[in-house]
Ligand binder design. Structure first.
Ligand code: PMP
Length: 389
């Protein structure tokens, strides 16, 4: 078999297993209603939780900064790409998260590879929740540190592994809100354990930032964890902030270490400055427009109530990520396709993104939805499930 034939065979196998993924072609702005491949849908699969990707203030800031600074950043941060707007965003994010300093990364994936690899190496150990995001798992594997996974949200399972470890540095890594399950990590217990075991705690708050906490500062605010208790706080700006990029917040020493040693920070082009301006505008909305967050919280409760009334058993989650466990990949795909035929976009998440036999519909809610959108989705879902399950 030629190398190309073997690739083609692997693709065919993916199709046969109902695991083949395709890319819906979006022809409109992000929002509760989107146009995909020429058809309009109610969008229940976006991470734009607060509806900021298409917010007039955010767009205006982006446009103004493009006029002032141009489009490309022209270089990496350490050479000539670090603009005043990047710097201002770092300072405002540090104040917002209550940390000494912040460092921007071009994407969340790169941030996670960069942070973990700058902090641990061969002599060290990294402890990751089994359901951590792929970028955290990849970062841990790439680091060369002893890679240990503990049972999902099981503090006792982690404690056992930590006390048995003789590694020089121990790094605990978890998602704040698990991206495919929607549940939160037990951060209070994890922070206490980390301090007791002299380990670092790193949290990826991609799905909590902007959504959790009174001010929207994410899981650190929600669980009231300061920099000492949660020293490595990472979050992305492409989800609730409706923009693009990521950041890590922590101590002066942490940030300087990353500037000097995090290769995905050093060897890449800085974000376009206009993207930083858009994020600054989003941050202002997150801070000032609490009604958006309150509406999202209300809609989450409403969705759970409506689903329960229709006998739909959701996974336990109080966040904007409301998954419905199906199990079989073909069935999850069939339900997602039937929903699409009725005008609802809901992703069917299948292995390897989730463990085998745990395919699910990942329903995400945003502040742009209405109760009526949600009622319509739940009715369609109940009818399709009755037919297909
Ligand atoms: N961490 C988590 C938990 C995520 O869900 C994602 C995005 N899917 C990332 C990191 C990666 O962030 P980005 O899209 O900015 O690369």
């Amino acid at each position: 078999m030629s190398p190309l034939d073997s690739l083609a065979a692997a693709l065919t196998q993916r199709k046969q297993q109902h695991l083949y993924r395709s890319r819906p072609l979006l022809e409109s702005a992000q929002g509760a209603r989107v146009c995909v491949d020429g058809k309009n849908y109610h969008n229940f699969c976006s991470n734009d939780y607060l509806g900021l990707a298409n917010h007039p203030q955010v767009i205006a800031a982006f446009q103004q900064a493009a006029n002032d600074y141009g489009v490309g950043s022209g270089g990496s941060h350490l050479v000539c790409g670090h603009s005043r707007l990047h710097h201002q965003l770092e300072e405002e994010l540090a104040a917002f998260t209550g940390r000494d300093r912040v460092l921007l990364f071009s994407t969340g994936y790169m941030a996670n590879l960069g942070i973990i690899n700058a902090l641990v190496g061969k002599q060290d150990a990294v402890f990751e929740d089994k359901l951590n995001h792929a970028s955290l798992l990849d970062g841990g594997l790439l680091s060369g540190a002893k890679f240990q996974r503990f049972l999902h949200n099981d503090v006792a399972s982690l404690a056992k592994k930590l006390s048995a470890s003789t590694a020089t540095r121990k790094l605990i890594v978890v998602d704040g809100v698990f991206s495919m399950d929607g549940d939160c990590a037990p951060l209070t217990e994890l922070a206490a354990l980390a301090q007791q075991q002299n380990a670092w705690l790193m949290v990826d708050d991609a799905h909590g930032f902007g959504v959790l906490g009174e001010q929207g500062a994410g899981c650190a605010e929600h669980f009231q964890l300061d920099q000492q208790q949660l020293p490595i706080l990472m979050a992305t700006l492409g989800k609730a902030a409706g923009s693009f990029g990521a950041f890590v917040a922590g101590s002066e020493v942490l940030i300087e270490t990353l500037i000097q040693f995090a290769r995905p920070y050093i060897y890449t082009t800085a974000l376009p400055p206009a993207v930083a301006a858009a994020s600054l505008a989003s941050l202002a909305v997150i801070r000032d427009d609490r009604a958006r967050r309150q509406k999202l919280q209300h809609l989450i409760g409403h969705f759970k109530q409506q689903a329960q009334a229709q006998g739909i058993a959701l996974m336990p989650s109080d966040t904007a990520i409301q998954p419905l466990l199906i199990g079989d990949s073909a069935k999850a795909l069939a339900i997602s396709q039937a929903l699409a035929a009725q005008g609802f976009m809901v992703g069917a998440i299948r292995p390897p993104t989730v463990p085998n036999n745990t395919a699910r519909l990942r329903i995400t809610l945003t502040a742009d939805h209405s109760e009526q959108h949600i009622n319509d989705l739940v009715v369609a879902l109940a009818q399709i499930m009755a037919e297909l399950c």
